[in-house]
Design a protein. Structure first.
Length: 193
């Protein structure tokens, strides 16, 4: 299928196994490392883990629910830069990603995504997923925890791209803000739908 758009991915979609679970037909060789200029990566999407979301829940070892579970986001930072990957997608694949990223909205980033090697220009339109306002409330984020399995998935993706493009891991660390108060905890995901 001819790509009608590209997605800039910066979190768990960096992990090939996570990406291929949602988009099994994606050719990893067609994806390439890129930078989103004017942004920084945060753990700023706060999933309300209070049974208000009907698709999933996160439980600790005692089957308790932390109030909020944190996931990656990108936010504007004039001098910032976030590294990630460009995934060429068609309309159907973009819809699959929309179904996956329920706490996010699609944001146009054409013209702000660049190839560090200057060899490629991203297909247009180029979009990314940013946290919806109701899931990025600062007081909720401050009460959240980062699931270890999610962070491990993101880091597996970073390792994969580091093997393809040395320096990717260093750029990831430079372009990521993990608040000092954020705790990484073991949580079990329970799919409800």
């Amino acid at each position: 299928m001819l790509a009608t758009a590209a997605v800039f991915a910066f979190g768990s979609l960096l992990d090939p196994s996570s990406l291929l679970r949602t988009l099994p037909a994606v050719d990893l060789e067609s994806c390439w490392a890129a930078r989103l200029m004017g942004h920084v990566r945060t753990f700023g999407v706060a999933f309300p883990n209070d049974a208000s979301q009907d698709d999933k829940a996160y439980l600790d070892g005692s089957d308790r629910r932390p109030p909020f579970v944190l996931f990656c986001d990108v936010v504007r930072a004039p001098r910032g830069m976030v590294n990630g990957i460009v995934i060429p997608v068609g309309d159907e694949q973009l819809q699959e990603l929309r179904r996956r990223e329920l706490r996010y909205e699609v944001a146009e980033v054409s013209g702000r995504v660049v190839d560090p090697s200057a060899e490629r220009k991203p297909p247009e339109p180029c979009v990314t997923f940013v946290g919806r306002p109701e899931f990025t409330v600062a007081r909720d984020v401050e009460r959240g925890v980062v699931p270890r399995a999610y962070l491990d998935s993101v880091l597996r993706g970073v390792d994969y791209w580091e093997r393809r493009l040395p320096g990717f891991a260093t750029e990831f660390r430079r372009s990521t803000e993990l608040p000092s108060w954020a705790r990484v905890v073991d949580l079990r995901r329970v799919d409800l739908a």
